[in-house]
Design a protein around this ligand. Structure first.
Ligand code: ADP
Ligand code: F6P
Length: 323
């Protein structure tokens, strides 16, 4: 089928890099004389028919902005058959021939369902969690890592001045990727991730050991997906008189904001261009993925049935290098 009009939306948690991707989708599509419709607020906006035409100037000046200028939403209604049928009807009534959907693993599930209903779709992975199967990196991960690195570097200044242990909590939902990699790049003495959780007793032992080795401070990076609370860890450090005073910093949504890094801009751009090329080539039910240096197409069926595993070698590396 020859394409005439395509749509783009972002859904789920926002991530730096989505704007460069939307810009690439819009301008590549216009280059091939396609009309482009921007759908606002994810699947929610789709169900409500919140859409507008996007021209080249509409995506000017968004490259350097975090978040998503189309806005995003979590839409429980789209998980129902009724919501999914409403969405498909809106797409048909608006004479849209294909859609690029940018979002996290939940969004890829919804996108796969649209494809199964016979609608041409291309997914683009965007989530700071880096938990999406089929891509080395999702949009937003690199910027989030840089934000955590900057925060921990600053905390280290004050931690060493005061001889303190800082327990820094990162986002990541159930995936420890952000905590693990930031633990390596920030030289944390202890990393707490759901994939390799160590007992609280052991955390305390590691911090005491760091004190005994003459360290001026200690950094513990903990993923929000860990099964215990940061307060429980801090309480144990106080109880065991670990040597350092203890403070907790929860980075929260700060990690999800900010201007996209160079890496996220180029990744978003390449994935946006590839998504349009794939739609034009008649592909559907696939997601753009970074495989080494190449952008590849992954079947959404495979994406939604698997999870991206963290590489636990980094855990051992961090341990050795933080001595
Ligand atoms: P993310 O895409 O960042 O992982 P969510 O998990 O909240 O965020 O998913 C975003 C949206 O994708 C949901 O609000 C819902 O509209 C849709 N979605 C998620 N899971 C499913 C599913 N199993 N079936 C259909 N739609 C889904
Ligand atoms: O999936 C991205 C993410 O930022 C997770 O790391 C976090 O657990 C969750 O979204 C927070 O969601 P919300 O913005 O709805 O609070």
């Amino acid at each position: 089928m020859k394409l005439g009009r395509i749509a783009v939306l972002s859904s789920g948690g926002d991530a730096p890099g989505i704007n460069p991707c939307i810009r690439a989708v819009v301008r590549t599509a216009l280059h091939y004389d396609l009309e482009v419709i921007g759908i606002e607020e994810g699947f929610d906006g789709l169900i409500r028919g919140e859409m507008r035409q996007l021209r080249a100037r509409d995506v000017g000046g968004i490259m350097q902005r975090g978040g998503t200028f189309l806005r995003t939403a979590r839409c429980p209604g789209f998980k129902t058959k009724k919501g999914q049928r409403q969405a498909k009807r809106e797409l048909n009534e608006s004479e849209i021939d294909g859609i690029v959907v940018i979002g996290g693993d939940g969004t890829m599930r919804g996108t796969h369902i649209l494809a199964e209903m016979g609608f041409p779709v291309i997914g683009v992975p965007a989530s700071i969690d880096n938990d999406i199967w089929g891509t080395d990196m999702s949009l937003g991960v690199d910027t989030a890592l840089n934000t955590i690195r900057e925060a921990v570097d600053k905390l280290r200044d004050t931690a060493s001045s005061h001889q303190r242990a800082f327990l820094v909590v990162t986002m990541g939902r159930n995936c420890g990727y952000l905590a693990l990699i930031s633990g390596v790049i920030c030289g944390a003495e202890v990393i707490i991730i759901p994939e390799n959780e160590i007992p609280i007793d052991e955390i305390s032992k590691e911090v005491i050991d760091a004190y005994d080795r003459g360290k001026s401070h200690s950094i513990i990076i903990m993923s929000e997906g860990a099964s215990y609370k940061p307060e429980d860890v801090a309480r144990k450090l106080v109880e065991d008189e670990c040597g350092f005073e203890t403070r907790i910093t929860i980075l929260g949504h700060v990690v999800r904001g900010g201007s996209p890094s160079a890496f996220d801009r180029i990744l978003g751009t390449r994935m946006g261009v590839s998504a349009i090329n794939a739609l034009i080539a008649g592909e559907s039910d696939v997601m753009t993925g970074l495989n080494g240096r190449e952008i590849v197409m992954r079947k959404l069926e495979d994406v939604v049935s698997q999870s991206r595993e963290v590489n636990l070698d980094f855990y051992e590396i961090a341990k050795i290098l933080s001595r």
